[in-house]
Design a protein around this ligand. Sequence first.
Ligand code: 3HC
Ligand code: NAI
Length: 714
Amino acid sequence: MALDPAASALSAAPTVPVTHELRGKVLLVTIDNPPVNALGVDVRRGLAAAIEHAEANAAVQAVLIVGAGRNFIAGADIREFGKPPQSPALPDVCNRIEASHKPVLAAIHGAALGGGLEIALAAHYRLAVPGAKLGLPEVQLGLLPGAGGTQRTPRLIGAEAALSLMLSGKHIGAQEALKLGLVDRVGASDDILAEGLAYAQELLAAHAPVRRTRDAQALAERAAAQAAIDAARADTAKKSRGLFSPLKIVDCVQAALDQSFEEGQRVERKLFLECLESPQRAGLVHAFFAEREVQKTPEAKSAKPRAIETVGVVGGGTMGAGIAVAVLDAGLPVTMIERDDASLARGRAHVEKVYDGLIAKGRMKPEAKDAILARLSGSTSYDALASADLVIEAVFEEMGVKQAVFAELDRVCKPGAVLATNTSYLDIDAIAASVKRPQDVIGLHFFSPANIMKLLEVVVPSQVSADVVATAFELAKKLRKVPVRAGVCDGFIGNRVLAVYRTAADHMIEDGASPYQIDKAVRDFGYPMGPYQVVDLAGGDIGWATRKRRAATRDPKARYVQIADRLCERGWFGQKTGRGFYLYAQGARVGTPDPEVESIIRAERERAGIEPRSFSDEEILRRYMAAMINEGANVVHEKIALRPLDVDVTFLYGYGFPRHRGGPMHYADTVGLVTVLADIREFAKEDPLFWKPSPLLVELVERGANFASLNTAI
Ligand code: 3HC
Ligand code: NAI
């Protein structure tokens, strides 16, 4: 069959992301740049050209800007950051829209975020439909609204509301936007085109004038605006923990108050470019994409998930109850299985406690709790799981107990049910091998508290079928978790790497650092807590049990620091016992340094024959991070993690790694792998068994490559 040359020419033609057509007297400008109408260079050009066309064409009396697809505009094209700029710049496009002599109306549906909202603010009138989401989330990418947003927003809605939007980065709904004055009208329906055109007609009929946001007067009450800026500055200095862009946002709003629009915009531009250059911006943008990239696994691409409508949870302890809450919150029914009636009642009480806490804080109504709990049933008989589509086991961390539970699941569950374990360390291949349907067995490793923590390690044993893996990723979406694919090994990605850097920290304590200094150095790096605070929070007994289990298989030549064992032998398990590495006064959640712990540490150093030396905070971090990076590299090398970015996401969402540093592997690239490897080789002079450079790290250094080069699409 001959090809139709016209058709092939058509299909080869580049798509035009901005089109315009005359609808009566209104020029309808449509942005169609999938997936989210980001403001790439072609969109910017198209928008500027559409305004020129409107100005030049006498038939046009007003302009209506809409987005095609699910969103208005999600913002600047984040993929362009760090590349050479291409004109026109977004602030110029916004200024061109605002300068139009014909009224411009933005009709917003879906997301109008960042630069997307800035385009809308440059328009003269704004309409949002009920499902719209508006926001200035630049701060979450280490930036500030850089297309006039810091100047127009406070002039339109006042300093306090503008600062709150820009410093939180939160998305607000259409009604709230209307209340703030960010939009002029909320449409009655979600039909964006009909609503937009009707409003445009109304504006024309009323001879509505061009109305420029730069002239809005919400900063006229100068004293109130200054007070809001001062309060935001003080609050930000306290809370922003080393973040660069939040204080710059405050500076921009100060400029909006003190200076002309043009001067303010110059300040905004200068500070925006500083943010753009900052490593924090690179770290946060890496986190943004990595968080999306982890969802793309070979199995999620190749297989269709199984339907999950009912869920069983075995065990109602800390994790079982938390997992039940996570599933209930996703709107699914849960059947909880426990050993006996008393344990079942305790499990149910754990679940209720979560919702009672929300009620006490005024975040939930008692009726809502009743409605949720109506979806929770319990039983001491496994037969209650006969119709469950997915069962998650969260019983004691003992292979015998787990295998007994899986034997019961094998007996009662329907064919095709997904059988998941929440084990932290045990060999899931061995659990799978113990049942007749290993293809249905998978690890779903939640983090405590399971209803809050975002990370879900999806642990993929050798015999599992691809659709079960795809189901796990689909479940994560329903539970609003961030899933990371991990292979089977002791501790999977997160706990395996954690064990190594914790050991490096223990070595430093025995060599002369104090746990309090290490915690502080780690907090100063950006973590919310240091490692010894985390031990005290989670309970020292958990790690103690693991150490005892591993004692028999530990390399006798490996250095073993006994300090934590000395504390556990005294029953000092952390917060829950009132003391651990820290002392907790009656019910206190923040501990104070404990002189007795310091004397135990001194005694242990003597026992080990170690002459203590001092550590700088910088050396502490170099060792702590080198241990983390090296084991992260091993995890990638052994294909336990698909890519370095999977390690990054694990630590960002499960272990409190500071987001603006992008995760340990991204951070390693910013330090330079040559430096990291040189550190490891230097530390290896004292302890070559512990500090063995990862073969992957060595290979990358030899090739002059970095971890980012391995973050390729799956
Ligand atoms: N630029 C480039 N790509 C973007 C993007 C953006 N602004 N926003 C989203 N994408 C991409 C995602 O990476 C993803 O790509 P993939 O399919 O290849 O993985 C795809 O669009 C779909 O995104 P999501 O999976 O996040 O889709 P959702 O429907 O779940 O969410 C959204 C949509 C709410 C718009 C969400 O994508 C989002 O929050 N985007 C970022 C918004 C933002 O931060 N905007 C500010 C940008 S900075 C700015 O504007 C600076 C200016 O002031 C000068
Ligand atoms: P837990 O001791 O609080 O709860 C275990 C529950 O299982 C108890 O309520 C017990 O009655 C019940 N149980 C024991 N045997 C049972 C059986 N045969 N049938 C039904 N129920 C049974 O323990 P936790 O902390 O909830 O841990 C559970 C699992 O989750 C473990 O495998 C653990 O390694 C893992 N995990 C724990 C985390 C934590 O931070 N606590 C984090 C991630 C995973």
